[in-house]
Each structure stands twice: as C-alpha cells, then as structure tokens.
Design a protein around this ligand. Structure first.
Ligand SMILES: C[C@@H](N)C(=O)N[C@H](C)C(=O)O
Ligand code: ZN
Length: 209
C-alpha cells in the first residue's frame, strides 16, 4: 500500500451506500464494535461476495471478519503497528518505519477499509469450522514469518489448496487480493483500480453515516 501509484489514483466517488452484511453473510464477531461499523460494506462489494459464495464447493462458506473501518480506527491501527516496528528496529529512520508499516496496514488517507471497499475473510466448512489457511486472519509478517503472504513458499500443500479455493471464488466474482495478506480482498478502491487498470476508484474514504 506504500506504492505511490495507489495514492495517485483519483476517486470518482459513486455514492453507493454502506450496507449491513449481517443477515446476508456469516459474520464473525472478533472485530465487532458497538456501532457495528465492522459489519458494513459498499453494496457493490457485498453483491460480489454473495456471488463468490455461490461459486464455492458444496459445504464451504465465507466467514466475514471485518469490512468498513472508520478513518480514526484505521489511523490507530497504523500508528500502533508503526510503533511496534519502531520499537523492534530502533535504528530505522522514520521513512523506513512508515514504508514497512504501510505493507501491513494502509495509511489512513488511502485505506480501502475506510472506503467500505475491503473485506477480511476466510472459509468455514459445513460445521462452521475454519479451514486451515496457514495463519490466523490478521497475522502480520513478523509473527507469521511471512506466511501471511498469499503465495508464501512456506505453506503446506493443504493450505495452498485452501487459499486457492478462496482465491478462485473471489477473483471470479471480481475482487482483488492484497498479496501481503491472504484474507484481504477489495473491489472499487484505489488498489483495485491500480491492479485492474481502471482510471479511477469508485469508492473513497467516508464516515459510516
Ligand atoms: C491491519 C490489516 N488487517 C489490514 O487491514 N491491512 C490492510 C492492508 C489495510 O489496512 O487496508
Ligand atoms: Zn483488510
């Protein structure tokens, strides 16, 4: 997300509403907040997730973890992670800390979650048990030794197969993965526009209501 080409993409905000996904998708509460922000997504993203779910093999479902993230919360995540990196690498100059932090958490100005365009999710089987994806959702590169990268060489064949199931359904439905994080997918944001050669993003950062 530190690539200057992401920030350079203009937003042609289409004004689509944020929709509560509870009742449409299976939603996990590990990122729940009192306002229910985490459970909201732009309509175009939700429609694509519903399509993606229909493409999964029988018995598998998407498990939704987090979508919309208010800009203040995004800033807090960014600053907390930058602080961890600074503490672990006291010799790094500030620009190195900020670039490394932007690999795992988006800078607030361009954050796809704050546009309601990004979703963190995984797969569950018919019993609701999460498939083995190699790391927990939201494992950072340090704690996972790089296994959070979607195409990490270190993951087992079974994990690779499980990630491929997720990737196949979501890509076919039009979402784009952020390769540092196997669980992070988006549609309509600046990163999506860059990766799909669109001249503009459809969704920019906004408030919940
Ligand atoms: C914090 C991490 N789960 C995340 O959401 N990262 C992406 C890149 C983001 O902040 O947009
Ligand atoms: Zn994410």
């Amino acid at each position: 997300m530190s690539d200057p080409r992401v920030a350079a993409i203009p937003v042609a905000e289409c004004g689509e509403p944020l929709i509560d996904v509870r009742g449409t998708l299976l939603v996990d509460d590990r990122r729940a907040d009192t306002a229910g922000s985490y459970a909201h997504l732009r309509r175009g993203v939700l429609d694509r997730l519903v399509h993606a779910q229909s493409l999964l093999p029988d018995g598998l479902r998407l498990l939704y973890v987090e979508g919309y993230r208010p800009p203040d919360l995004q800033r807090r995540y960014f600053e907390e992670y930058a602080g961890e990196l600074r503490a672990a690498n006291p010799a790094w100059p500030d620009d190195q800390v900020l670039e490394a932090a932007s690999r795992y958490v988006s800078p607030p100005e361009i954050a796809p979650h704050s546009a309601g365009a990004a979703v963190d999710l995984t797969l569950v089987d018919a019993d609701g048990t999460e498939l083995d994806m190699g790391t927990r959702v939201n494992a950072n590169p340090e704690e996972s030794n790089g296994a959070c990268y979607t195409d990490a060489a270190s993951i087992s064949p079974q994990v690779r197969t499980n990630r491929a199931l997720l990737t196949s359904a979501l890509s076919t439905a039009g979402l784009i993965n952020y390769g540092t994080e196997w669980w992070h997918w988006s549609y309509g944001d600046r990163y999506w526009a860059l990766m799909t050669n669109q001249p503009t993003a459809l969704y920019g950062p906004r408030a919940l209501r």
